[in-house]
Design a protein around this ligand. Structure first.
Ligand SMILES: Cc1cc2nc3c(=O)[nH]c(=O)nc-3n(C[C@H](O)[C@H](O)[C@H](O)COP(=O)(O)OP(=O)(O)OC[C@H]3O[C@@H](n4cnc5c(N)ncnc54)[C@H](O)[C@@H]3O)c2cc1C
Length: 398
C-alpha cells in the first residue's frame, strides 16, 4: 500500500469514528456551516463536537504547520482528506475569514509572536474575524481609504468608518486597513492593523439587505486605542499585505461559490422533483433544460478541475497571483448561473419569501439566488478583476 493509500484508509476510519452521525449528509459547500467565535451558539451540540475533534486532529487547517494548530499535511494529503469528507458529505468542521484570509496572511507576514497568538485560536474556532477594508468612499479604489490611525508611541488612536463589514456584529477581531501617513502617496501611507472588536470606541450597525438577512455592518471607530504590536508586517507597508490577503480572498470566494469540482446538488435530481412526467434514473423529459443542465454541470466540473490543476501546480509556499482574479470572475459568474438555473427549475416555487406553500429549501433557494448577486462584487468587482487580468495576466496597456 502506498503512503497515500495508507493515509486515505486511516483518514476514512478517523472520519467514520469522529464525524457525528447527525451531521453526515450536511456537507453543502459555500458559506453555510460553523464559523465559531466567542459569540457562537451551535444549533446542535454535535457541531461543537465535530469542530473540537477536527481541531484537535489539525483538520480545520490541514496544511498549516502543527505548531500553530494545523495538521501539517501535504497538499496531496489535504486533497485526500477533502475527498474523503465529500464522500460521506461531512460538513467542513469550521469556516471563516480566519482560516481563509487572515490565517494564510499571518503565515506569510506575521511575526512569530503574532502567529502563536492568533493561529491556534483560529484553528480551534475560538475567535471569529471580520474584514475592515471598504469605506463609504473607498471600495474598488481601496487605496483611497481615510480611516486614520494617529501615532501615539506604542499605540495608535484610530478614527473612521468601515462599511460592508460582513458579520462585524458576530466577529471578535477585525483586520483593518488604516491610514498612518496622510502625506504619503495613497498606497504608501497605509498600515494593516488587527483590532479587538471589544476595544472601547468600536461599534457596529447592521445593514438590512434585499435578501431579508443582515450580514453586513457599518463599523465605527471612535478614538480606539490599537497597540502597535498588532501591526502586520510594517507601518506604512500595509498595501503589500492587503494585496496578498485579497489574493487569498478571491481564491476563497471562487472556491466557496464556484464549487471545487464537486457538484453540490444534482441539478437533474432537482429538476425531476418539479418536471411533470420526470422519472428517477430516466432522462429529463425537457430537451432544452437537459442541455442547460449538461452545460452547467460541464462548466462547473471544468472549473473545479482547473482550480485543482492550479492548486496542484502551485509549489509549496507559492502564493496566489493575479490568476486568482480569473478564478474569481469565472467562479462567481458560474454560481450566479447556477442559482438562475435552480430558480428556473423550481418555477413559481422559487418565488417564495415566507409562509405556507413553500418548502424550507425553496425559501433558502430564493435567498441563495439573491445572495449570489453580491458574488461578483465582494472581494473586488468583476469589472475591476477584468482590469487586473488585462494588465497583469495578459500584459495589455492601460
Ligand atoms: C457580499 C459582500 C460582502 C462584502 N464583505 C466585505 C467585508 O467583509 N469587508 C469589506 O471591507 N468589504 C466587503 N465588501 C465590500 C466590497 O469589497 C466592495 O463592495 C467592492 O470592493 C466594490 O466597492 P464599492 O461597493 O465601493 O463599489 P465602487 O467601487 O463604487 O464601484 C461601483 C461600480 O463601478 C465599477 N468600477 C469602479 N472602478 C472601476 C474601474 N476602474 N474600472 C471599471 N469599473 C469600475 C465597479 O465595478 C462597480 O460596478 C463586501 C461586498 C459584498 C457584495
Amino acid at each position: 500500500m502506498s503512503d497515500h493509500e495508507a493515509f486515505r484508509a486511516e483518514t476514512r476510519t478517523w472520519l467514520e469514528e469522529n464525524c457525528p452521525k447527525s451531521l453526515l449528509g450536511k456537507g453543502g459547500g459555500g458559506i453555510v456551516g460553523t464559523w465559531g467565535g466567542r459569540k457562537w451558539k451551535p444549533d446542535n451540540e454535535d457541531e461543537r463536537l465535530w469542530l473540537d475533534r477536527a481541531a484537535a486532529k489539525g483538520f480545520t487547517a490541514p496544511t498549516w504547520p502543527t505548531e500553530y494548530g494545523g495538521g501539517g499535511l501535504s497538499k496531496e494529503e489535504a486533497k485526500i482528506l477533502a475527498q474523503e469528507m465529500r464522500a460521506i458529505s461531512a460538513p467542513p468542521p469550521l469556516l471563516g475569514f480566519g482560516l481563509t484570509m487572515i490565517g494564510p496572511t499571518l503565515l506569510q507576514y506575521g511575526t512569530e509572536e503574532q502567529k502563536l497568538e492568533h493561529l491556534t485560536k483560529i484553528t480551534r474556532g475560538e475567535i471569529r474575524w471580520c474584514q475592515g477594508y471598504s469605506e463609504p468612499g473607498a471600495g474598488s479604489d481601496l487605496a483611497g481609504l481615510q480611516m486614520r490611525a494617529e501615532d501615539k508611541g506604542d499605540h495608535y488612536i484610530v478614527n473612521g468608518t468601515k462599511v460592508w463589514t460582513s458579520y462585524a456584529d458576530e466577529a471578535d477581531w477585525i483586520f483593518a486597513l488604516v491610514r498612518t501617513d496622510p502625506k504619503a502617496k495613497k498606497q504608501e501611507g497605509i498600515t494593516f492593523l488587527l483590532i479587538d472588536m471589544e476595544t472601547p470606541g468600536v461599534s457596529v450597525s447592521p445593514i438590512l439587505l434585499i435578501s431579508g438577512t443582515s450580514p453586513f455592518c457599518e463599523t465605527h471607530f471612535q478614538d480606539v486605542k490599537a497597540l502597535k504590536s498588532n501591526v502586520i508586517f510594517k507601518e506604512n507597508a500595509g498595501w503589500t499585505v492587503a494585496k496578498a490577503l485579497l489574493g487569498h480572498e478571491r481564491s476563497m470566494v471562487a472556491e466557496a461559490f464556484g464549487s471545487s469540482g464537486e457538484l453540490r446538488t444534482s441539478l437533474a435530481d432537482r429538476a425531476r422533483a418539479y418536471l411533470p412526467g420526470a422519472e428517477p434514473d430516466r432522462p429529463l423529459p425537457d430537451a432544452v433544460l437537459r442541455q442547460d443542465i449538461a452545460r452547467m454541470e460541464m462548466d462547473t466540473r471544468a472549473f473545479g478541475l482547473t482550480m485543482q490543476r492550479a492548486r496542484d501546480a502551485a509549489k509549496a509556499g507559492q502564493q496566489p497571483g493575479a490568476e486568482s482574479s480569473i478564478f474569481k470572475v469565472v467562479g462567481t459568474e458560474l454560481n450566479q448561473r447556477r442559482q438562475e438555473l435552480l430558480l428556473h427549475i423550481a418555477g413559481p416555487q422559487a418565488l417564495g419569501w415566507e409562509g405556507e406553500g413553500f418548502a424550507e429549501d425553496e425559501l433558502q433557494g430564493t435567498r441563495n439566488w439573491l445572495r449570489s448577486r453580491g458574488n461578483t462584487i465582494e472581494g473586488g468587482t468583476s469589472e475591476v478583476q477584468r482590469n487586473i487580468i488585462a494588465k497583469r495576466v495578459l500584459g495589455l496597456p492601460d
